[in-house]
Design a binder for this molecule. Structure first.
Ligand SMILES: CC(C)(COP(=O)(O)OP(=O)(O)OC[C@H]1O[C@@H](n2cnc3c(N)ncnc32)[C@H](O)[C@@H]1OP(=O)(O)O)[C@@H](O)C(=O)NCCC(=O)NCCS
Length: 211
């Protein structure tokens, strides 16, 4: 398999949004809004274009990962910049062939080389611990409401950058979605049936689990 990873170009935008929609459709909830998130993120001030990658096989874009700026606030008000990835999507027919692993590993390595402090994500620990992510509680990083969700995961890129503090995590406001704009955007895609998948129950359980 000849896999190429490169930065996303404007000519990839719609293809990436189609891939994102196909990858997330009915996965966490009936339907999905991650393709709108990808669409909005690119023009948001927190978007990190250096870490916006696509993967190609035979010149066909089949996967994407996007990062945005996030931050931590320490006990005494100290602010530390962090980064967050998502959405990350592989076209369903190319999943479970190692492409997501390569794309995520590539972007983590690039982020470290660019000097970022740490990556903080919302994700299933079963999928991300293999990349060196740990529970946020291990670094005393909570949500703004001082909770420690099981799915809040952290990877330090500079050693001990997160030591000696209690932190609260803040993600980009780009993740706040305007429902009306989302619906108008989603209507530009082919109609797909919204239905139940057991993955939605798994997601609901994990989203409500705390350490
Ligand atoms: C999550 C996602 C990005 C992962 O990408 P992927 O290309 O499917 O992932 P990989 O193939 O690299 O790895 C997934 C699993 O497949 C296994 N796998 C890899 N190559 C394989 C192969 N040739 N045959 C069988 N299994 C294989 C891996 O071992 C891995 O399992 P592990 O986590 O137990 O190690 C992708 O599945 C996706 O887009 N999912 C829908 C959207 C989503 O969930 N995004 C993330 C939200 S947090």
């Amino acid at each position: 398999m000849n896999l190429i990873i490169r930065n996303e170009k404007s000519s990839d935008y719609r293809v990436v949004e189609e891939i994102t929609r196909k990858a997330f459709w009915n996965l966490h909830v009936p339907g999905c809004d991650e393709h709108f998130l990808a669409h909005r993120l690119r023009t948001h001030q927190d978007f990190i274009s250096d870490l916006d990658f696509v993967a190609l096989i035979d010149n066909q874009v089949i996967a994407n990962i996007m990062f945005s700026a996030s931050y931590l606030i320490g006990d005494k008000g100290y602010k530390l910049d962090t980064i967050t990835f998502g959405p990350v999507s592989v076209l369903p027919e190319f999943q479970r062939q190692g492409i997501g692993t390569k794309l995520i590993s590539h972007s983590i390595e690039r982020a470290a080389n660019l000097g970022y402090n740490a990556i903080i994500i919302w994700g299933n620990p079963c999928e991300y611990c293999k990349f060196g992510f740990k529970a946020s509680k291990a670094y005393r990083i909570s949500t703004p409401e001082k909770k420690y969700p099981c799915c809040l995961l952290v990877k330090e890129l500079k050693s001990n950058i997160l030591s000696n503090n209690n932190w609260r995590f803040f993600e980009s406001k780009a993740f706040e979605i305007d429902k009306k704009k989302f619906e108008a955007f989603d209507n530009t895609f082919e109609a797909q049936k919204k239905e139940f998948r057991y993955s939605q129950e798994e997601f609901a359980i994990l989203s409500n689990a705390y350490l």
